[in-house]
Design a protein around this ligand. Structure first.
Ligand code: BG6
Length: 474
């Protein structure tokens, strides 16, 4: 396990909210080597003590205080204020840390990836076996992603590049694989003959607040669908890998992403809805709408098609939005009705309640919807009723920040939960087809009140399983 972590973007929001708290938990739980050290790099002018004081205050506000582990983390942390465009300054400040294999973690905007690479190279920090970790977004379209990947490849081998998608570090997301490939009952029916549709929903109550600048250039399509949602789709739809090693899994995910049918101008109006939240009420609080001169969306609903043997003709509906009535990340797999309906009531339509519903956030629950006959019928036809089988894991595993697992894997060099260059590019190729189709077809961004499930036009994209709705229920 490498023991030197260089953290670029150390005073940023992500570092403050997730990266340092993850390190703090890992140290507390003795999951890091005794010699572990953090070299924090940021733009703001701090000396080591200033930075430690700042960090102490941020982490102290957290809910899981442990003074000793906190002081231990601070003792191991030094800070450098650096301009990443100045390779000489980077080399002068950082080359002393090249005495041991290091992991450099870039939690910085993508336009700084290239200069940061040059500075790290000059400091000797990209030599084998040192590694590089990158936060999303990897570009904003296929061309820019290719440019970034080419720069990375020119400086180090793909086997030492770790692209983070923090959804892959979430335990319930990993559980999708366990459920699918560990159970004959599920894998046997995991295909177009038995499955009618798949829904993937990531609803957030949070808004864009504080990130307007970044968000206006990305929107929900690029911020959420390109990475997290397509990774979920790939894990659900991929063929069984022959082993669980990183490249076997990534090969299968890439095949799914490449089989996504590009959206055409003709399909754009039928297969997508864009929305942007206006003023409204979320969790009982009045909130302001997102205002921006561009037509960037905070909500998107898409129907995606995977053109391969297993999934031909099965719609994958992807829905994500900010300022929804409830936070919910769900995957709903709906099975086809039985081939011949024997019962009079309810109608065959109701038998569509055969579905597997996996809620990944905020709580982790798994439910299988079946039809049954509960009460003995007093006369006449057997009456069926939808029932729900609770498959929720018990006891619920301890929640960890997704980044904890990913940090440890990057330090150990395990790439399984990181995204490979060709996956990123395949995902962008499809996203570009969607945004080009939107442009060509003039798909407008429709308003929706904060605290609703998106524009009315999106209702047909939402499964009837969501709850917590203050207003309209889909
Ligand atoms: C980030 C997006 O990648 O994921 C955010 O940039 C989004 O806009 C966040 O809010 C959602 O992550 P989580 O773990 O809270 O579901």
């Amino acid at each position: 396990m490498h023991d030197t972590l260089l953290l670029f973007g150390a005073t940023g929001d992500l570092a403050q909210r997730y990266l340092f708290p993850s390190l703090f938990h890992l140290l507390r739980d003795h999951r890091l080597p005794d010699s572990f050290r953090v070299i924090a790099v940021g733009r703001s002018d701090h000396d080591d003590e200033d930075f430690r004081a700042w960090l102490r205050q941020r982490l102290d506000d957290g809910d899981q205080r442990d003074a000793e582990a906190l002081e231990d983390l601070l003792r191991r942390t030094v800070y450098h204020a650096l301009d990443l465009n100045d390779a000489d300054a980077m080399a002068a400040a950082l080359s002393r840390y090249a005495d041991r294999p290091a992991v450099s973690y870039l939690s910085i905007p993508p336009n700084l990836f290239e200069p940061a690479c040059l500075g790290l190279k000059a400091a000797g920090l990209l030599e084998d076996p040192s590694r590089l970790v990158l936060e999303k977004p990897i570009g904003h379209d296929l061309a820019s992603a290719r440019g970034i990947n080419a720069t990375l490849r020119a400086n180090l081998d793909e086997s030492r590049i770790f692209r983070i998608d923090h959804y892959l570090g979430k335990a319930p997301v990993q559980n999708l694989l366990a459920l699918r490939f560990g159970n004959t009952l599920l894998e046997g029916v995991w295909e177009r003959r038995w499955i009618e549709s798949v829904d993937i929903i990531v609803a957030e109550t949070a808004g864009v607040d504080g990130r307007e600048g970044y968000y206006a250039g990305y929107g929900a399509l690029r911020d959420m669908v390109q990475n997290h949602m397509l990774q979920l789709l790939a894990l659900i739809a991929m063929e069984p890998p022959s082993t669980l090693d990183a490249d076997s899994i990534r090969d299968e995910k890439r095949k799914v992403l490449r089989a996504l049918r590009p959206m055409t101008t003709a399909d754009a109006a039928r297969d997508s809805v864009r929305g942007r939240y206006g003023d409204g009420v979320v969790d009982g609080q009045a909130v302001k709408g997102f205002r921006h001169e561009s037509d960037v969306e905070t909500f998107v609903a898409l129907r995606a098609w995977i053109d391969n043997w297993r999934w031909a003709g099965v719609p994958f509906r992807l829905v994500t939005g900010k300022r929804m009535p409830a936070r919910a990340t769900e995957v709903v797999v709906s099975f086809r009705p039985v081939s011949h309906w024997l019962f009079e009531r309810p109608s065959a339509e109701r038998a569509r309640s055969n579905r597997l519903r996996m809620r990944l956030q905020p709580e982790e629950t798994i439910e299988l919807g079946l039809m049954g006959s509960l009460a003995a019928p007093e006369w006449g036809a057997t009456e069926l009723q939808p029932m729900s089988l609770d498959l929720t894991m018990s006891p619920t595993p301890k929640r960890r920040i997704a980044y904890e697992r990913l940090m440890v894997d990057a330090l150990k060099g395990d790439q399984t939960l990181f995204v490979r260059d060709d996956e990123v590019e395949a995902a962008w190729r499809w996203i570009d087809s969607v945004s080009d189709a939107w442009q060509a077809a003039g798909v407008a961004t429709r308003p929706y009140p904060a605290g609703s499930w998106g524009p009315a036009e999106a209702a047909e994209f939402l499964p009837g399983t969501l709850s917590g709705n203050g207003g309209r229920r889909p």
